[in-house]
Design a protein around this ligand. Structure first.
Ligand SMILES: C[S@@+](CC[C@H](N)C(=O)[O-])C[C@H]1O[C@@H](n2cnc3c(N)ncnc32)[C@H](O)[C@@H]1O
Length: 764
């Protein structure tokens, strides 16, 4: 399949909220599933790896000294030796991950994996320090061959090609003998790589969705059963390890719970992910050669078709398999299995900027998330592909070792990891802002100004890169049209008066701690000081800022990384409202050289009275958005209290009904020779119609009915927690707006607002 990098807007997500009483924020229906003929483009929520997953690794290279490489070797030989080429059985429970890592070239320095058993019988794992550590100490080092990563597949092909070029030299001969045991056979690698190419391309990156590539890689290693050198690691994955359920990432949530989220943007992302899960797993099921008839086309057909029709796209997986083979041995892949693998990939991958890849790193992936200020460890990658974990500060023995997965809002956390944080300082409520919305907001002020002036529409459209449907072209009636981009030195993305530009731009309201106000300066002469202040906005809102925040790497998938929260109100929304509430057109030239981010920076203001109006309008927006939710904060709190009881009751039922024999995976008991066989529901033939959403994961081993009830109860509670978080965010945003209005009053009395009122004078 050829790469089809469609524009970002191709699969633009649906609108937030469903306002009850028609506030200024428009409501749109959910976008239809991405099924446009001829396209095979996944939404950015599947693909936006570049933002956040590859933050500062490149900026933070490091080399390890020899003393670190061999630290605390235990000399236990397990792992690769356990499997062997022929696929023997793992004779006993998998070895502790710590031992396996050290025995195979990794470093474990005063770290252990601990399991916490909840009363429900479910297990959660965490990393703990087994000794005191000084700041900057190496805790873990995991070499590349022990990681589960899709670029190892591509590396295996490169090595094989190189080996062929070097007259039959074995690829494995290029790595040392210990690593050779972990090499992926070239034929398998080619079959997997062909499938990678058949995955949908991201609407934002144009590259195959990494989550799917990683899911296929996980399934490949799993399909090798006890022949897999990574078996001891696989046995610890959630859904495979005893009593550790598959993470309830949002796409696996119970559908009733999804409806309870009350947030259209998230629901849309979930539906999109579910759509792609169903579609790809159905294509994989159809392509399974054990199904009967060999796929049509054969290698030549697959390589040479270049079809662009939907039909051709639909057959892409089948053609890839026909061309390069089925990489999963004799095992089919069904929807639940694929959903499990995708959920594991999303919830425990690290992005490596240096290698443009994602990786599951044994043991390191057991570290739980804590916000940046609270986490005590960080990740870095090395030139050879190793991933290391270091302490950020002094740590005491027994302390939990936590990482910061990134500065995610709850939307991203739920999509990628299946949990939310309450409170979450990075949480935000997003909606799509267009000119009509700004207009109705300004109209709502009731000042009889007759909406936006033409110059305001042009300025806002230009600064936000919006299309202005009322634009009349460069020779419009006022004859004074300014090419804002030119004047602004490229501050906006589209020239005024053109019909280019986006319909809308996604903006946020958040609960982030606001920066102090910078006293207003004369309205007619904004100074460098104010412009500087806006550039110096701290935090992650800056262009290209990573989400790892010094952690060197962010865990997992910031699935839809739309939100770069830097201040309580998105600077572009602030800019639009500030411009929309001005009355004097002379401002247009003053603001022309500034970017939307500068105009909308929280600490700056154009004039005091004007800013009070801006605060009033934004407060009204918060209130309208809050009223658009079907339930109130108080109702959600009550619901959550009773939901918590439901969750406990359902979890207790799981414990009571769990069968002891079924709660231990075969790999741990030594009862089965194949991990694949651990899947109770794994079809012996593929079933394309199977639902993508799993109840509690393919391998959750308790009574299936009780487990499904418990999972649904958990999902329901998480949905209420999520929407309660959104409303609390709005509440805190509103508080910030009100506090700022009060501060502005203070400025008035202190006489700092020398230009007060200047913005409010309407030009004639
Ligand atoms: C990278 S794994 C961490 C190890 C995980 N505890 C395990 O047992 O496999 C990420 C998963 O851990 C859980 N998790 C991590 N941090 C959490 C937190 N702060 N709150 C709730 N769950 C968390 C979520 O299920 C998430 O999907």
């Amino acid at each position: 399949m050829t790469a089809r990098a469609l524009g970002r807007g191709t699969l633009r997500r649906a609108h937030a909220g469903s306002p009850r009483q028609g506030p200024a924020v428009p409501v749109q229906a959910f976008a239809a599933p991405p099924r446009a003929p001829g396209t095979r483009t996944a939404p950015s929520s599947w693909t936006s790896a570049s933002s956040g997953l590859w933050p500062s690794l490149l900026a933070k290279p490091f080399k390890l000294g020899p003393e670190a490489r061999g630290a605390r070797g235990l000399g236990v030989v397990v792992g690769a030796a356990a499997g062997g080429a022929g696929g023997g059985v793992l004779a006993s429970a998998p070895p502790p991950l710590e031992e396996w890592l050290v025995a195979n070239g990794g470093t474990v320095n005063g770290v252990a994996l601990r399991t916490t058993l909840f009363p429900s019988g479910l297990a959660d794992r965490q990393l703990v320090a087994t000794q005191d550590h000084a700041a900057g100490s190496l805790l873990l080092r995991v070499p590349r061959h022990l990681q589960l990563r899709y670029d190892n597949v591509l590396q295996a092909i490169q090595q094989a090609t190189q080996a062929n070029a070097e007259a039959g030299e074995k690829a494995a001969g290029q790595v040392d003998s210990g690593e050779a045991a972990f090499a992926i056979p070239p034929a398998d690698a080619r079959a997997l790589a062909a499938l990678f190419d058949a995955m949908p391309k991201g609407s934002d990156t144009g590259e195959a969705a990494w989550q799917f590539k990683q899911a296929l890689t996980i399934l490949y290693h799993l399909s090798r059963g006890t022949a897999s050198p990574l078996l001891p690691y696989l046995a610890y994955l959630p859904g495979l390890a005893p009593g550790v359920p598959t993470p309830r990432v949002a796409m696996l949530m119970d559908s009733t719970a999804v409806d309870e989220l009350q947030y259209g943007l998230l629901v849309q992302d979930i539906r999109n992910q579910q759509y792609w899960l169903r579609r790809i797993s159905s294509e994989l099921a159809e392509a399974y050669p054990g199904q009967g008839a060999a796929p049509e086309g054969g290698a030549e057909g697959a390589a040479g078709s270049g079809q662009d029709s939907d039909q051709g796209q639909e057959g892409t997986v089948r053609r890839a398999v026909a061309a390069a083979g089925w990489p999963f041995g004799d095992k089919p892949v069904d929807a639940r299995l694929f959903a499990w693998a995708a959920a594991v990939a999303m919830s425990r991958c690290f992005g490596l900027a240096r290698f443009r890849t994602h990786t599951c790193v044994p043991l390191v992936d057991m570290a739980n998330h804590a916000p940046a200020a609270a986490s005590c460890a960080e990740m870095r990658s090395g030139e050879a592909g190793e991933v290391c974990m270091f302490t950020k500060r002094d740590i005491k023995a027994g302390e939990e070792l936590t990482l910061t997965y990134g500065s995610h809002d709850n939307h991203n956390l739920l999509l990628s990891y299946g949990f939310t944080l309450q409170p979450n300082p990075h949480d935000a409520l997003c909606f799509d802002l267009d000119l009509a919305t700004v207009e109705s907001l300004v109209d709502g002020l009731g000042e009889g100004g007759g909406g936006l002036g033409a110059w305001q529409r042009r300025l806002i459209a230009s600064k936000l890169g919006l299309r202005d449907p009322e634009a009349l072209g460069p020779a419009g009636p006022d004859g004074a049209r300014l090419d804002w981009d030119e004047a602004a030195g490229g501050g906006g993305s589209h020239a005024a008066g053109s019909d280019s530009g986006a319909e809308s731009v996604r903006v946020y309201l958040s609960a982030v701690e606001p920066a102090p106000i910078v006293a207003p300066t004369p309205a007619s002469a904004p100074t460098e000081a104010t412009a500087e202040a806006s550039r110096e906005q701290p935090g992650e809102g800056g262009a290209g800022a990573g989400r790892g925040q010094g952690a060197g790497v962010a865990v997992g998938n910031p699935a839809s990384s739309r939100v770069l929260v830097a201040q309580p109100v998105d600077p572009r929304l602030m800019a639009a409202v500030r411009i929309g509430t001005l009355h004097d057109e002379t401002w247009s030239r003053v603001l022309a050289p500034r970017t939307a981010e500068q105009i909308g920076a929280w600490p700056t203001l154009l004039a005091r009275e004007h800013e009070v109006t801006v605060m009033r309008l934004l407060s009204a927006l918060c209130t309208a958005l809050y009223s658009s939710f079907p339930t109130t904060i108080q109702q959600d709190r009550q619901l959550l209290a009773s939901a918590t009881l439901d969750v406990a009751a359902a979890a207790a039922a799981v414990t009571l009904t769990a069968s002891p024999s079924s709660s231990v995976p075969a790999s741990a008991s030594g009862a089965a020779s194949e991990l694949w066989a651990l899947y109770p529901d794994l079809p012996t033939t593929s079933s394309p119609s199977a639902p993508a959403s799993a109840s509690a994961g393919p391998l959750d081993t308790s009574d299936p009915d009780a487990a499904a009830v418990a999972a649904a109860a958990r999902d329901g509670a998480e949905a209420v927690r999520f929407r309660l978080g959104l409303k609390s965010t709005l509440e805190r945003c509103l508080q910030a707006l009100v506090a700022r209005a009060k501060q502005l009053d203070g400025l008035a009395t202190s006489g700092a607002a020398g230009s007060a009122g200047a913005a409010g004078k309407k030009s004639t």
